[in-house]
Each structure stands twice: as structure tokens, then as C-alpha cells.
Design a protein around this ligand. Structure first.
Ligand SMILES: Nc1ncnc2c1ncn2[C@@H]1O[C@H](COP(=O)(O)OP(=O)(O)OP(=O)(O)O)[C@@H](O)[C@H]1O
Length: 264
């Protein structure tokens, strides 16, 4: 089901070269607000580079990125994150000894308590803010069903649980849109169902838009309303998952003949 409310993200003629190699080559696409959009394509098609450009970790050589109608091209990652365009990240090694809850409480930028004099000059404001952050962190843990793990070190989580925690971290920023890079990789089927349910719930209850890089086409078909196919740095095709799986250009470019399109 696609509940189109116009596009939330527009990428226009985006190009990024690395030493003569055009990783992203005049890429243009739109993501509809409230959609769960899959981004697929063969290895080296430029998907991860596109994510890096959208989230400010790389600067494009050419082109524009509009988020909610505003130009965010070239903004630093934290500014883009603050605007509600978030991506998941692996829990850094040094944070794995901290509890699951603490990992979430680290996230919000510009905590009053972190400014040098505030704990002395405005102790109540700092305390209030800490309580607010704790409440938000607990709400985020509840969303991903990890409340029971709140006091355990993050390093004790399984691979799939860690992905849920990574998703919970984006929730601390009140995201309008979340970019996920291969959520299915290395996650067991039970946790994958949970992750899928959380993604659908976030879309239903909070209207969060998702753009998801994923190699598992069955997962893409189950989860996504629309699929965008990238090949050689540009958009090759776009459409509903079933149509994309049957599109001869996609079979040719993406699946390289290894995949046999199934009718039905
Ligand atoms: N920082 C970089 N320096 C040099 N080359 C890069 C850099 N980042 C990406 N590339 C190259 O750009 C091309 C696109 O890579 P990218 O990782 O974006 O593709 P991808 O579609 O995400 O691939 P995969 O599905 O294998 O992750 C590749 O040829 C890659 O080697």
C-alpha cells in the first residue's frame, strides 16, 4: 500500500567520482513520503555511495538533494540528522560495554548537561532534560521490544538485536525518514520478522518514510511498496516489487542471468 503524500526526498542529477570512477553518475530519484522504498542493484551500482551523499558523509561533485523541499546538499551529517533524515550505524566498539539504555541516551545532540557550566548554573534544567532523554530512550526501546535488555551491555546483544538497537538510536532524533543499509544481512528469521514489524509500525504510527538497501529480494518484495533499481551509478527502473522482479532490464542488469523471473 502506498500512501502517497508527495515526495519527501528528491535526488537530482547527483554525481560523485572517486579518482575517475563515477560511483554515482547523474542519479535522479524521488522517494514518496510515507513509503517503504527499496533500493536494489548489483554490487558496485553506487547504492552505498548514494546513501553517503544523501546523509552528508560524502559531498557530491554535481547535483542536488532536497529533503522536505529544502536543499540539504553538502550539509554536514549532524545537520541532516537533526532535520530528521537519519541512517542507522553500527554500535561503535567503545560503546559496546555501555548498557543498551546508555547507548540511546548518548544520541541527542546539544544536551544542555554537556555544556560546561550548565550543571552548576541550571541544575534543574539539566535534570529535567536527562529525565526527558531517559523517557525517550525507554520509549524507543519499547518500540523495538528491547526494554528487557536496557541494563545489559550492548555488546551482549545478538546481531539482529543490535540492528534493532541501531534502529532505536535513530528514533531518538524523531526521524521523518530512515535509511537502512542491508537490514537483513546476518539476521535470523525470527528477529527479521520483528525488524520488519517495527519498520511497518513506525510507518503506520508515525508516518516514518524508509529507504532500504537490501539484496534479499524476497524481503524487499514483502516489505517495500516501491523499488528503485540502480545500475552503474544511475536509476535503471522503478516500480512495485513484483513488476520490478519481472522487468527484463532488471533481470539483465541486476540479476545478471542468475535469477529466473517467476510469473504469478
Ligand atoms: N571512498 C571510495 N573511494 C573509491 N572508490 C569508492 C569509494 N566508495 C565507493 N567506491 C567505488 O564506487 C563504486 C560504487 O560503490 P558502492 O559501494 O556505492 O556500490 P554499492 O551499490 O553499494 O555496492 P554493494 O552492493 O557491493 O555494497 C564501486 O566501484 C566502489 O568501489
Amino acid at each position: 500500500m502506498q500512501r502517497s503524500a508527495g515526495s519527501i526526498l528528491e535526488v537530482k542529477d547527483l554525481t560523485k567520482e572517486f579518482g575517475g570512477l563515477r560511483a554515482v553518475n547523474g542519479c535522479t530519484l524521488e522517494v514518496q513520503a510515507g513509503s517503504i522504498t527499496g533500493l536494489i542493484g548489483p554490487n558496485g551500482a553506487g547504492k552505498s555511495t548514494l546513501f553517503n551523499l544523501i546523509t552528508g558523509f560524502e559531498t557530491p561533485d554535481r547535483g542536488r538533494i532536497l529533503f522536505r523541499g529544502e536543499d540539504v546538499t553538502g550539509l554536514p551529517p549532524h545537520r541532516i540528522f537533526q532535520r530528521g533524515l537519519c541512517r542507522t550505524f553500527q554500535i561503535p566498539r567503545e560503546h559496546r560495554g555501555m548498557t543498551v539504555l546508555e547507548n540511546l541516551m548518548l544520541v541527542p545532540p546539544y544536551q544542555i548537561g554537556e555544556r560546561l557550566w550548565n550543571p552548576w548554573l541550571r541544575p534543574r534544567a539539566v535534570r529535567r532534560q536527562e529525565m526527558g532523554i531517559r523517557d525517550r530512550a525507554l520509549a524507543a526501546l519499547e518500540m523495538v521490544d528491547l526494554v528487557a535488555w536496557q541494563d545489559r551491555p550492548a555488546g551482549e546483544l545478538s546481531g539482529g538485536q543490535r540492528k534493532l538497537l541501531e534502529l532505536a538510536r535513530t528514533l531518538m532524533a524523531d526521524p521523518a525518514m530512515i535509511l537502512l543499509d542491508e537490514p537483513g544481512a546476518g539476521v535470523n528469521p525470527t528477529l527479521m520478522r520483528r525488524l520488519t514489524a517495527v519498520i511497518q509500525r513506525l510507518r503506520e504510527e508515525r508516518g516514518v518514510t524508509f529507504l532500504i538497501i537490501e539484496h534479499d529480494l524476497d524481503l524487499v518484495t514483502r516489505l517495500c511498496d516501491t523499488v528503485i533499481v540502480m545500475s552503474e551509478g544511475a536509476t535503471l527502473a522503478e516500480g512495485p516489487p513484483d513488476a520490478i522482479r519481472r522487468d527484463p532490464r532488471v533481470v539483465e542488469a541486476y540479476l545478471g542471468g542468475q535469477y529466473v523471473a517467476v510469473e504469478g
